[in-house]
Design a binder for this molecule. Sequence first.
Ligand SMILES: [Zn+2]
Length: 252
Amino acid sequence: MGNYINSYNRWRKVNEKMVGAEQAVNIAKSHGIKLKPYSANNPKPVKHLDKFPNGAPELVSAVSTHGSANFESDLIDIVDKIQDETKIKLNITGGDDHFHRGRGSRHTSGQAIDFVVDGTASNDAQSKIEYEVVNIMKSGKYPHLGMINEYKNPSGHATAGHFHLSVGTSTEYSYFHFVKDANGKTLTGKGQDFDNKILALGGNAGSGKIYQGGDLDTVSVTANTPYISDDTQITGTTDTYSSNNIEQMKTF
Ligand SMILES: [Zn+2]
């Protein structure tokens, strides 16, 4: 019984925060988050030219080609939180965008967002972002939050990276490079298995305290050993990203 109610409330919570394309853009702008503009790789925008004469930002660019786009505003709030806590300027490069439409990922339902470090995504920057996301997961405020560090994800093509965040009725496959699980292993997994790993790190997710809110933990970036040299700098600029659709394709 309790589990049933919890599941129902989680579903409601996720879906009650859906907003339209214009509102999603306004929320991001109000937070001072950079938005990648409509990609030159997309078809000429044909819809909602009154609101977005040059095409909507990639956050919701599907509205300019498909006529509608709704987005989970929690994801924008999470990017804002990451930016505020890490002091690292971020740039949202994808959401319910034209490219992801028809590819069957959570992007097409407005439940996934892609962002890059605005500038050089050093290991230090990536690590700080990962630790902040784990803190947000541990808070339990956003159930079934998943994240993939696509800068470091060993699968797929070696191209420009980004971070992929998603929500939904279960936690999507997640991969962290710098944060380790309670056993010192790579923090990765999906669904309840991943939720349990966050619990083991001291989180509230799945503990029944999800709706009690409360302050998030203080960000603490502890020493960790990256798999590659700290000297290696990985860039994730908007331009590189927008010119490489293959990179977007491998993220679901
Ligand atoms: Zn993505």
